[in-house]
Design a protein around this ligand. Structure first.
Ligand SMILES: [Zn+2]
Ligand SMILES: [Zn+2]
Ligand SMILES: [Zn+2]
Ligand SMILES: [Zn+2]
Length: 321
């Protein structure tokens, strides 16, 4: 169990450029000061990533016959090149457009004709049910073909779905492979502190800052990188809450090999949360939405805070399956 040397508290502003002023700590326990990562909306675009268009142009290396490809290409949306899947609606002249695009259009993109009233194409729906469609991430390596009803569920968890920047807040639009995530964080998010060791203290400063605020730091142990996130937001109107969670920079499968514990401790009180880290592939937004993390309100935060700074003990362990 290594307790790393520390960085003392520093004043942090919840926006843009953060300052990180390390100072020697007197306490034997390591603590890192966490910069507020930025105000504003903290919604990560969890699964809402528009990947490369369905099979448009092909190129995926799956065992799909040319005839089959010709068949699936009949379902390509002329606007987004994703597949037009049931319920399949056509314009007055019979052109198809996918349901997402249809909602944003006032006329048919092919003939400019009216899209209303909605005309359903049951024959195409029947064909769609008999065809296996390639995964949306075929171009990045997924070779699965699926029944259209199974596609969305698979694509949500498809390991070829690009990773989004794990930093909370919707400001960074970076996407890329898992291997590229750490170098992205090191180059684009230099202000994030990293502590080594399985047992560290995540010290969030200025927890009284108004509005939605994120505090982020990295923890490195067991040959992996973990991202610790404390987020303050108003999930219910007029009711500020804190959400703390640990993410693994890794796949969901890798995350299952670990457990984390978050503990608030002080003033003769203790609040503990233990769980499996979430993969950054899943992001924090859904966990916060479902309160699947350490959740506490401002009153509890004040019970544990010291001068507006809140220390959270973070312990990561491996669990043998
Ligand atoms: Zn479309
Ligand atoms: Zn048309
Ligand atoms: Zn896939
Ligand atoms: Zn980023």
């Amino acid at each position: 169990m290594s307790r790393p040397s520390s960085a003392g508290p520093s004043a942090n502003k919840p926006c843009g450029k953060q300052q990180h002023a390390p100072s020697p700590a007197a306490a034997p326990t390591a603590a890192a000061t966490i910069s507020a990562a930025g105000p504003g909306s903290s919604a990560l675009p969890a699964a809402a990533i528009s990947g490369p268009g369905g099979g448009g142009g092909g190129g995926g290396g799956g065992p799909v016959s040319p005839q089959h490809h010709e068949l699936t290409s009949l379902f390509e949306c002329p606007v987004c090149f994703d597949y037009v899947l049931p319920p399949i609606l056509q314009c007055q002249a019979g052109h198809l457009v996918c349901n997402q695009c249809r909602q944003k259009l006032s006329c048919c993109p092919t003939c400019r004709g009216s899209l209303t009233p909605s005309i359903r194409n049951l024959a195409m729906e029947k064909v769609a049910s008999a065809v296996l469609f390639p995964c949306k991430y075929a171009t990045t390596g997924c070779s699965l073909t699926l029944h259209h009803t199974e596609k969305p569920e698979h694509e949500d968890i498809c390991e070829y779905r690009p990773y989004s920047c794990p930093c909370p807040g919707a400001s960074c639009k970076w996407q890329g492979s898992l291997e590229a995530v750490m170098s992205h964080l090191m180059h684009a998010h230099k202000s994030i502190t990293t502590l080594q060791g399985e047992d560290i203290v995540f010290l969030a400063t200025d927890i009284n800052l108004p509005g939605a605020v994120d505090w982020v730091m990295m923890q490195s142990c067991f040959g992996h990188h973990f991202m610790l996130v404390l987020e303050k937001q108003e999930k219910y109107e007029g009711h500020q809450q804190f959400f703390a969670i640990v993410l693994l920079i890794g796949t969901r499968k890798q995350a299952e090999n670990f457990a984390y514990r978050l503990e608030l401790n002080g003033n003769r009180r203790r609040l503990t949360w233990e769980a499996t880290p979430r993969s950054i592939h899943d992001g924090v937004a859904a966990a916060i939405m479902n309160s699947d993390c350490l959740v506490f309100d401002t009153a509890i935060a004040h019970l544990f805070a010291d001068n507006g700074n809140l220390g959270i003990n973070v312990t990561i362990s491996t669990c043998c399956p």
